[in-house]
Design a protein around this ligand. Structure first.
Ligand code: FES
Length: 221
């Protein structure tokens, strides 16, 4: 068993638990700050400090094991600004991006975002790509972002990296990437009702059947 501190109160929990499990073991009901439990959704961003240490550490609560002396605080939501725009009215240009997210041009190059990213994404580099209008590279490099908000929580320039990256990916898909012929054909087939029977089968399938279908799905090379 190890001692952890949740909201400043000490709890003794099994050392095999993740931070998320330890909070539930301690009696907290996670209705926020918890989603997929598998490291994909980014809902469980957590900051912590070890007893006697000065450094503020971060991790995903569902992916990080508890350690003796952890002082824990969750960040289920970070109040980062999200620019509002109509994708049809903006273009993939530095000028348009600067109007939406002027703060990306205030990056100090301190690398704080890289140090806290639980996905090990080179956040500072994709911000640099955005600055120079290379939305394709920014979209590619930010693709694994979970939008947990930890990068924003540490940025001295108040950049909202994950929202800027989301905008870069939207610009890339709308204006730069080649339109996907197969997707268009499939969307048309759905509209024509050609897949109604197959969709109906999926809707009626139970969880095991869906799992089997998912695990054996065809994956485009
Ligand atoms: S609960 Fe989804 S990433 Fe942790």
């Amino acid at each position: 068993m190890v001692d952890v501190f949740i909201m400043g109160k000490r709890y003794t929990v099994p050392e095999t638990l993740t931070i998320l499990d330890s909070m539930e073991y301690a009696g907290y009901q996670m209705t926020r700050g918890c989603g997929c439990r598998a490291g994909f959704c980014g809902a469980c961003a957590t900051v912590y400090r070890m007893a006697g240490g000065y450094e503020l550490l971060v991790g995903l609560a569902c992916q990080t094991k508890v350690e003796d002396g952890m002082y824990l605080a969750q960040i289920p939501f970070f109040p980062g600004r999200k620019a509002q725009f109509d994708l049809e009215e903006i273009k993939p240009s530095v000028a348009h991006f600067a109007q939406l997210y002027p703060e990306v041009y205030r990056c100090l190059g301190c690398s704080s975002c890289n140090k806290v990213c639980p996905q090990d994404i080179d956040v500072m580099q994709y911000i640099a790509y955005i600055q120079r209008g290379d939305f394709e590279k920014a979209a590619d490099l930010s693709f694994d972002c979970l939008m947990c908000g930890l990068c924003v929580s540490r940025c001295p320039a108040n950049i909202v990296h994950y929202n800027a990256a989301l905008t870069a990916r939207r610009l890339y898909s709308r204006y730069i990437a080649n339109p996907d012929r197969f997707l268009a054909e499939r969307a048309q087939a759905i509209e024509n009702g050609e897949l109604d029977a197959e969709i109906d089968k999926l809707v009626k399938a139970d969880k095991d059947k869906l799992q089997e279908l998912y695990n054996n799905r065809e994956i485009e090379k």
